[in-house]
Design a protein around this ligand. Structure first.
Ligand code: GLP
Length: 253
């Protein structure tokens, strides 16, 4: 496990973008394929902005981008859908900067699927057919969730339909005009799938994450009460910490 301390959000975004661009290029060259998993939310916005120019002159025909989660039910055309978010902030600008990136190499759980259980099963099959995950980028929920793996999630779970925790609904309500519009369920990649990745990068930014990240870093053992704590045992996890917002009190910092 490594902690990458960054003095502010812009530096964090740029440092992480450099790292991911380098890795994507390396995998495309050496393995002829790269599967990159990305989050939504406010944390990765700077990363996407910094990453796109770095991938401008690379042949991206074999880059696959998987999105971690989507509200359910949710129309793709809704401004609240993660589909719109990832499309607008990453897929579309990436394709505009570099047309070798193919939209049919983007995979987002379908919030409109008539049978969500089947959708989850098919999503796992897609990941399996891609040959697994190379790079996973994560944001961190205030309650320690990753993707929509809320407290109580187990390490053996794969893609599934979940209930969104009350505290997450409250935190996500900032994106909605009315509280009753905030979705109650979502489709999410499971912890089993996430920890199967070769490399994991967690973006920790925003003062609201101070308490949870300190809890995680000072845990003796992972606990399902804090799903992100399962990352502590991963062989290659990098915590990108925005020191402007976060004050780590741990021997590791
Ligand atoms: C959301 C998403 C997560 C995201 C997290 C943090 O509920 N499901 O994938 O990482 O919360 O969001 P933010 O980066 O806006 O703090």
């Amino acid at each position: 496990m490594q902690i990458i301390s960054c003095s502010n959000y812009d530096q964090l975004s740029q440092k992480l973008a450099n790292q991911i661009a380098q890795e994507v290029k390396h995998l495309l060259k050496m393995r002829k394929k790269c599967v990159l998993v990305v989050p939504t939310g406010s944390s990765p916005r700077g990363l996407y902005e910094a990453l796109i120019p770095l991938l401008k002159d690379v042949d991206l025909a074999n880059l696959h981008i998987v999105s971690l989660d989507e509200y359910y039910p949710m129309k793709k055309t809704s401004p609240h859908s993660y589909f719109q978010e990832i499309y607008t902030l990453l897929l579309e600008p990436l394709h505009r900067a570099n047309p070798t990136f193919r939209f049919d190499h983007a995979y987002i759980p379908n919030g409109e699927a008539p049978d969500p259980f089947k959708e989850c099963e098919q999503f796992d099959q897609k990941i399996y057919r891609l040959g697994g995950l190379d790079i996973v980028v994560l944001g961190l929920g205030v309650n320690g969730h990753i993707a929509f793996n809320e407290p109580g999630s187990r390490l053996e779970e794969t893609t599934r339909l979940v209930q969104i925790a009350q505290s997450t609904k409250q935190s996500n309500s900032r994106f909605f005009e009315h509280k009753d519009e905030v979705p109650k369920r979502a489709i999410t990649l499971g912890l089993k799938t996430i920890v199967s990745a070769q490399n994991i990068y967690v973006i920790v930014t925003g003062e609201s994450k101070n308490t949870i990240i300190n809890k995680i870093m000072n845990l003796a053992e992972p606990t399902s009460a804090i799903p992100a704590s399962y990352l502590l045992h991963h062989k290659s996890v990098f915590w990108y910490i925005n020191e402007h917002d976060i004050h780590l009190k741990t021997a590791l910092a």
